[in-house]
Design a protein around this ligand. Structure first.
Ligand SMILES: [Zn+2]
Length: 97
């Protein structure tokens, strides 16, 4: 069963509004209903981290602009093998916006 998702605002660049295609996004981490994606806009090259959580009502998503590129994000997160602390950190960062 596919859940409804409300990721419309996250499926395009927050800067120039260009819609992402599949190749613009890579999966960084996936665990226990939380997914972290890295997107790079093909038009303005803005990178963003998108944190999705699988809630009862559907997917909840938040985007955060980052200056890390895909490789840097992968290295940074994989080195520490993604702890829940890190996800909390990401949420905290997002909350500041
Ligand atoms: Zn853009």
């Amino acid at each position: 069963m596919e859940k409804e998702n409300n990721l419309g605002p996250l499926s395009s660049c927050s800067i120039c509004r260009k819609e992402f295609s599949k190749k613009d996004a890579i999966l960084i981490s996936q665990q226990e209903g939380k997914v972290i994606l890295h997107t790079t806009c093909s038009q303005c090259h803005t990178s963003a981290l998108i944190v999705l959580s699988d809630e009862q009502k559907g997917f909840l998503g938040m985007g955060i602009i980052t200056d890390l590129d895909q490789q840097e994000v992968k290295e940074k997160l994989q080195m520490k093998a993604i702890s829940s602390d890190e996800i909390i950190d990401i949420y905290k960062t997002i909350e500041k916006f």
